[in-house]
Design a protein around this ligand. Sequence first.
Ligand SMILES: NC(=O)c1ccc[n+]([C@@H]2O[C@H](COP(=O)([O-])OP(=O)(O)OC[C@H]3O[C@@H](n4cnc5c(N)ncnc54)[C@H](OP(=O)(O)O)[C@@H]3O)[C@@H](O)[C@H]2O)c1
Length: 324
Amino acid sequence: MSSNKPVKSPVIIDLKFQRESVVKALRNAFAGREVIDMADPANADRDLGTAAYAVVWKPDPALFEKAKGLKAIFSGGAGVDHILTTYELPDLPIVRFVDRSLTDRMSEWVVLQCLSHLRQTLTYAHQQRDHIWHELPGQPEACDVTVGVMGLGVLGQDSVAKLKVMGFNVVGWSRRPKQIAGVETYDAHGLDAFLGRTDILVGLLPLTDETRGVYDRSLFSKLNRHGALGGPVFLNAGRGGSQVEADLVSCLEDGTLKAASVDVFEQEPLAPESRLWDMHNVIITPHAAASSEVSALFRHVDSQIARFEDGLPLQNVVDRLTGY
Ligand SMILES: NC(=O)c1ccc[n+]([C@@H]2O[C@H](COP(=O)([O-])OP(=O)(O)OC[C@H]3O[C@@H](n4cnc5c(N)ncnc54)[C@H](OP(=O)(O)O)[C@@H]3O)[C@@H](O)[C@H]2O)c1
């Protein structure tokens, strides 16, 4: 007996993620829907015309030429610069990945880095290596330090809340004005005032035409130079294209910046010859602050497709004009 249920349109997967994590997550994803996994060589010459959805991270440029029936594109991560800046995209909704696991991971990274610089872990690690028993004098408390968060979106606002729990003073900056209880916020016009208050700057901006190269010498030199840490600290977990790396290196060398924690770089992987690797005042993580959990990504896509097919609006749709 044939079922009257409409056939679910296929979903294309083109994720340049660690392969095993995708294969494993696909085993329990998209029930009743055909999955076209582009990493499977058997799909190389597949007709993609029937697929209505694509889940992508740095996809094959030809994908959007071949998949002419798409109704929505789902980014494999919170950022969408990997597709907006690289491809001629069809005029379709692009949905960002917004998920508790990713948000929690980012806040863990931000709080960890702020605490690491507050509690002088780089210096203690060097002392330990040299078997030196010496308590550093004048240890400030979190409440003596102001963290300035650039980007008050999903990730920025969660980081703000968790930094407050740790006792830091927190100020925030975003394009449009924001009201966040207990936090002084600044909009685009208040950038200099925001920087002047900030001891630890946290970059959680998306990469767009406006934010490319925003973290440069001029910006670093406006940070508070008289704070409890003895010099400003820079953290970036947004996108590497927002930092001018030559300026970052020279500001760390001449004391404009006291220290940095950097997760994202102009070129990834960071070149082995980059001076940043060997700087005693820098913590480097390999774009690992908040990786997408692939099962959570597929659950999010599945629920968004269900909304879409029920006639409800998609959530976290990218504004193509602002680029995030
Ligand atoms: N390192 C990692 O592992 C990792 C993981 C996930 C995400 N990320 C990065 O983190 C970024 C932020 O994610 P999210 O989910 O928080 O994004 P989001 O919710 O879209 O928030 C973006 C924030 O940046 C602000 N903004 C954008 N352009 C601006 C500009 N020109 N001037 C001032 N403020 C501007 C926005 O201001 P308004 O509020 O006024 O719109 C908003 O507050 C992502 O785009 C991605 O690049 C990194």
